[in-house]
Design a protein around this ligand. Sequence first.
Ligand SMILES: Nc1ncnc2c1ncn2[C@@H]1O[C@H](COP(=O)(O)OP(=O)(O)OP(=O)(O)O)[C@@H](O)[C@H]1O
Ligand SMILES: [Mg+2]
Length: 386
Amino acid sequence: MSGSDQDPQSENNADVVQMHVERLSQEVLELYRQVNLFYRLGDVFGPGLAPDEICRLLIKESAKVVRARSAQVVLDDGFKVGSVPSQPASRLKVGIETLEGRLGEIILYDKKAGFFTAADEKLIRAVAQQAGVALENSRRIHGLVRQNQALERLNAELRAIDQMKSDFVSNVSHELRTPLSSIKGFASTIMQDSEMPLDVAQEFVGIINEESDKLIIIINDLLDVSKMLSGHLKYNLGVQPLEQIVEKVVTLLGIQAEAKGLALGFDLIDIARVNVDATRISQVFTNLIANAVKFTDTGTIRVQQWVAENRVHISVADTGIGIREDVLAHIFDKFYRVENVVHTKEGTGLGLALVRGIVDYHGGSVDVRSTEGEGSVFTVQFPLAQ
Ligand SMILES: Nc1ncnc2c1ncn2[C@@H]1O[C@H](COP(=O)(O)OP(=O)(O)OP(=O)(O)O)[C@@H](O)[C@H]1O
Ligand SMILES: [Mg+2]
């Protein structure tokens, strides 16, 4: 039987069968691509990838599945990777979705019109889904790592604070014990010696009085710092000439400086009216000048006051031991004292913390320049009174 003699009905049936077979093989092929894809993607988007790596892999894997010319991934947090051609004729946009929401999208481009099929979209959706899971895991892991780092930092800070507190307690105990022992010693000597000459007894009582003053200063500093930290330090503001406050402190501490053979002088370059609490500002200069006297063995201490750009500047310069560069940033912290330098000097490490707190309150600032072995300059500045 020749082809032309074929029954038209059976010819028609053969066409239908062939069509079915073709469609079926198409579907099997599609299924095969999908299964194959799933197997591969499981390995591709392994754990430990960074988000940008995942996005690059998403582009690479999508290109393997659909041979589009270019692709771009845009995440909702603003991250972008890939390229956009100048005049694409087709575009396939697929969201990167996870159970918890959308993370961004991948867009594939091609120059040929109608390039992308529904089957392509299905496959890209599968790739994007895998990438989405990987991205979510990566974000979780990065979040945990960041949390962990923050906890470690906090832990280190807490340990440092703890150390500072222990140092402070031993320091304050030492500072309190010294004058207390002296008071106790002189008081019991007076008590035991009923025939002590009056002038000797008076000298001893004088020492007891001085040592009590030291105790009062330490206790007051402690109370002030604690009030300052809780925001309860009271200030009585009033407009007044700053030079009068500074002058008084210089005169008072001149006695201590002289006792150490140090020349303490005040250069008043410009007078200045400021709106301040005189007692607190005295405390600032008392701390700064007392530090200069304490940490200087020979040379001079110069206090200067001048006005520039609507602010008054007061510097306290000494020719003392100076401060190491690496600890300069810490000296204004409460309880901080430079190790190995101060164990022979009195102090609790509260002075400069109070200085900064009081100066800040008045809208001013304090800074320091220092060279180890040569000396230090502390400069305070305040706004002038309106
Ligand atoms: N002029 C200075 N020269 C050298 N070191 C200084 C000077 N001023 C401050 N320091 C360093 O900064 C530290 C902190 O100073 P701060 O005034 O806060 O504490 P302190 O003087 O030790 O104690 P306190 O002031 O409470 O009696 C000092 O212990 C010292 O190490
Ligand atoms: Mg001090």
